[in-house]
Design a protein around this ligand. Structure first.
Ligand code: ZN
Length: 99
């Protein structure tokens, strides 16, 4: 197994226990959020392809309460409604289906 695949498997494992944000994963792994984003996207795609359910609590604006789309797993830059930048990160969890 190559290094990237092993890392994505580790991400999937971490996401299988509880809801996590990209930032909290990055912190736990000693990386920056930018470093994990790409692998996170791939990990979610392969988890879905393997038949697992992806649950996402969408990002939300702290100022006006605007809720972002569930397709967004990474923290948006700005709120399209009030242009505020204080946002709750999306939270992600993988519900493993026993195959
Ligand atoms: Zn807002």
């Amino acid at each position: 197994m190559c290094e990237a695949m092993a890392f994505r498997k580790q991400l999937i494992d971490l996401l299988s226990y509880e809801f996590r944000s990209a930032s909290s994963l990055a912190r736990e792994l000693g990386m920056t959020r930018g470093d994990v984003e790409d692998d996170l996207r791939h990990a979610l795609r392969s988890a879905r392809a393997a038949g697992h359910d992806i649950e996402i609590v969408p990002a939300r604006c702290k100022s006006c309460g605007f809720v972002f789309g569930e397709d967004r797993v990474l923290k948006p830059g700005r709120c399209p409604q009030c242009k505020g930048s204080r946002l709750f990160e999306p939270m992600i969890r993988i519900r493993r289906n026993p195959l």
